[in-house]
Write a protein that binds this ligand. Sequence first.
Ligand SMILES: Nc1nc2c(c(=O)[nH]1)N[C@H]1C(S)=C(S)[C@@H](COP(=O)(O)OP(=O)(O)OC[C@H]3O[C@@H](n4cnc5c(=O)[nH]c(N)nc54)[C@H](O)[C@@H]3O)O[C@H]1N2
Ligand SMILES: Nc1nc2c(c(=O)[nH]1)N[C@H]1C(S)=C(S)[C@@H](COP(=O)(O)OP(=O)(O)OC[C@H]3O[C@@H](n4cnc5c(=O)[nH]c(N)nc54)[C@H](O)[C@@H]3O)O[C@H]1N2
Ligand SMILES: [Mo]
Length: 769
Amino acid sequence: MERRMSVATHWGSYVAVVDSGRLVRIEPRGDDPAPSPIGPGMVTAADDSARVLRPAVRKGWLNGLPRAHDTARGTDAFMEVSWDDAITLVSEELRRVRSQHGDSAVFGGSYGWASAGAFHNAQGQLHRFLALGGGYTDSRNTYSTAALEVILPHVIGGAPWSYQSRMPMWDEIADNCELVVAFGGLALKNSQINPGGLARHQTQDLQRKCRAAGVRFVNISPIRSDTAGFLDAEWLPVIPNTDTAAMLGIAHTMLVNGWHDEDFLRHCCVGFDRFASYLTGEFDGVAKDAAWAARITGMSRDTITELARRLSTHRSLIMVNYAIQRADHGEQPIWMSVVLAAMAGSMGRHGCGWGAGYATMDATGVAPGRPSVASIPRVPNPVADFIPVARIADTLLHPGKTIDYDGRRLTLPDLRLIYWCGGNPFHHHQDLHRLTRAWQTPDTVVVHEAWWNTTAKFADIVLPVATSLERDDFAAGFSDPHLVAMPKVREPAGESRTDHHIFTTLASRLGYEGEFTQSRSEIEWVRHLYEQTRADLGDDGALPSFDDFWRNSTAELPALSGPFPGSFEALRADPQRFPLTTPSGRIEIFSEEINSFGYDDCTGHPAWFEPVEWLRAGLSDRFPLHLISNQPASRLHSQYDNGGHSLKSKIRGREPVTINPLDAASRGIENGMIVRVHNDRGSCLAGAVLSDDVMPGVIQLSTGAWWDPAQPGQSGTLDRHGNPNTLTADRGCSRLSQGPSAHSALVDVEPYDGPLPDVLAFAPPHLEH
Ligand SMILES: Nc1nc2c(c(=O)[nH]1)N[C@H]1C(S)=C(S)[C@@H](COP(=O)(O)OP(=O)(O)OC[C@H]3O[C@@H](n4cnc5c(=O)[nH]c(N)nc54)[C@H](O)[C@@H]3O)O[C@H]1N2
Ligand SMILES: Nc1nc2c(c(=O)[nH]1)N[C@H]1C(S)=C(S)[C@@H](COP(=O)(O)OP(=O)(O)OC[C@H]3O[C@@H](n4cnc5c(=O)[nH]c(N)nc54)[C@H](O)[C@@H]3O)O[C@H]1N2
Ligand SMILES: [Mo]
């Protein structure tokens, strides 16, 4: 007898069809206008040979042979052990490390997206468990937007993510805006996703509404397909990492022609004069005029001049995506985009001005927020130490070193135990060979995973975890006003258990089970969080009872409406009454605070800094192609790379790499060929796709193919599958944010004519019983 059950994921909500406990298929929900094809492919992965079925311990670690430095992490075989033995090993090791090295020696940053679900949030569970046990070193900011998160509070005030409720929503753009200039485009592939889940995909319809209303779109990006065809966008290819120079050239043109909004700059901003002297070159002898910008960006001088005119004579909106700040000096294009919108006269006009991250997710620009939804309660972390999220390899390689971060000096802690739960650093971190070296230094690495991905293979103790289909929960997406029920669709594979179950058992062994569980079972927690959300809403909420919600699968939260704190419309209307929370109360074109940090790579106002790697760098003689490692269309990061949808996208088992036909022809590369992409940091195989959607001089290889080093322990070894982080540089954006700079990497590519090695990314390691 077939049963149909509700499923929620970061890529949308579906219906699972289950027969006698067996997952048969996953179907889109009827009310989703643009369902993602990632969901149905999850069935392929549910019981594949990569599933972790039993707890496993690396043999060398079990034998006590070196547990730190020069270990065989990533190459060793594993021994399968009982749950009881695994819990003993992990709890005793936690106790040992805490007593010998202190609580800050436990690293629980554990960055990663995990799965949808308010209760079974992997990091939430881990942080609660570790905080109650004495604390842990945490990480700060995200791989997504570290540079943006650190710079924006200095420039526009408010919490790092508050811009999402302060920028125009799509329907306001449709009704009020004439011209959208999108730096980095508006890739619809990315709006399949909303962190935490989503009920219906709306971005595509909202974009169509803008187009139908006559809004014109300009796509400034190295890749044409970063905007949907139906937008009829004008494509202006730009040399990667030079957006700041393009914006400066536009700003200079506005200034010398008197097209800038002097009134707004005087009343609502500070520091324009000092910035203007930089623009004109009074300060450094270089005028940042359109001709200067053209030489850097590869855009024409006329194009830049024309953009300046159009932006200041139309009701316009300047958008930046996130990729442009995952780069050397990634703070600059974000800061400069705010300044440009302020100059253009559009900042604080309804449906116009400035915004970030449109179409990076089906949340930004769709709704400004939602009432808060209860999640697994946080416990204050007794350890104050943290690292900037992308400095993990630095920390492991250089404990005790001090680094700059947003005006502070941080001493990198000495980490002895890494506990990762819900993330995949061997996908997400840059320069994986460097990470491999760094990863050999701690005593112990514990990982909870459902599949033998690269991070699991590089662990010492792997605990098999139930997937989001194998537990009860409910989803609440970012700014999505819908709650979606997630009843357990099937039993956990093999001996796998939920993260919560694992931590409960560990907490019991360590003597704090009661504090961890508060004596609730998992389904009692789910009910409790729902009821708490319902109670917090009070009468406005009118959420149905838990049982009704569970039966009907969805419930709707009331819509939030503005004005939201820090509104630019309010600022424009009355800057005295509605100041921002910046030190000056206004938009900071010049920041005294940042200036006082004395950084040479992020000074008091936005400026052009040459990236370390870009197409006009000396290194381009040897590596003449700029690598764009953007988000994959076929999956979320590395999740479900073993799912049906992602597997279908591969070329002879390798990740596709898109190359301009001119670059392909000069290298003898044809469509469908296996190629080797390489630089001094490493090399990987990939399947060539020729397309003039990618500008000459640029290649595009998405993130997330499970890293498959031919000789795992060996530096520089070939990745057989096509993970771009084999090639990227592990360099902070600047001393300000220390964010990841994945999009600043030069490479070359050549036909691969050696014998094709098998891809073993989805094969489990050697397992002994
Ligand atoms: N070169 C390059 N690198 C990048 C980027 C780029 O643009 N270029 N982008 C960066 C960005 S923006 C991001 S956000 C990161 C993403 O990096 P991650 O968030 O680390 O990537 P995911 O593949 O989502 O990893 C989630 C992991 O958690 C596991 N998981 C899922 N649910 C659960 C659960 O309930 N419990 C447990 N224990 N595990 C679970 C999944 O199997 C998967 O292995 O990558 C970054 N890396
Ligand atoms: N399908 C899918 N969607 C996703 C994700 C996923 O893994 N899969 N991940 C989600 C996450 S965690 C995040 S943070 C967001 C990320 O959202 P983004 O960071 O905006 O997305 P990307 O796909 O990395 O990059 C989008 C485009 O930016 C362009 N670009 C790159 N460098 C430059 C540059 O220097 N200048 C200009 N002008 N353009 C540039 C590239 O052409 C690229 O296609 O996406 C989310 N959406
Ligand atoms: Mo991200």
